[in-house]
Design a protein around this ligand. Sequence first.
Ligand SMILES: [Zn+2]
Length: 245
Amino acid sequence: MSFAGELDDVLARAADAGVAGIVTIASNLEDAVAGAELARTSSRPRVCSTAGIHPHEADRCTSDALVELERHARSDVVVAVGETGLDFHYENAPRDQQIAAFRSQIELAERLGLPVVVHARDADEELAAIVREYAGRVVGVLHCFTGGEMLLRAGLEAGWYVSFSGIVTFTKYRGADHVQAVPGDRLLVETDSPYLAPVPLRGHRNEPSYLQHVIRRVAELRGEAAVAVANLTFENACRFYGRGS
Ligand SMILES: [Zn+2]
């Protein structure tokens, strides 16, 4: 895990920065185990975890792995299935395996009544088709959203949430209209730490306490107060993950 040995400090800085809750995201079965352990042992901020296999590792999403994943996903600290999705940019796993792994995990989420955390990169068309197909059966979040208008529409029409990361703080960011287009009750924010540290902390390892920079920029782009965006996205996260505020 990226914060091994420093977790107490990282969590203390998050709490000091006003972070009320953290969802630690799994990319594989080992992460799901470590995340659940962290969730069980941390209370400030409150930590929840997920169980999923990332599209980069979709070749590991065998039928045995899915059985194991389901066992983890049934844990009481797990609030979502994911991270799953499609990444045709890096294409670390073959596309057909990514699509099969994504479908299996959406169906697992549906069976367990959990939301899905979805990664999408350079796969808008294929991903939008799957979102439409499962609309009304599963709710998801398009995490770290950098997709196009068509995928955004498909997600919103299916009742999904859209989450923005530190990418919104980059000077080259061109998605202001997407940040503005997401209805207030579907908006989420995230760090995606340890990746994607926001401006003005580029070059550092990202961590949950940096979320304030994402919130400030999202608020600025939407013409809203940062505190309003902080409160709104916290309420949305509690609703999405099915945990009381
Ligand atoms: Zn991702």
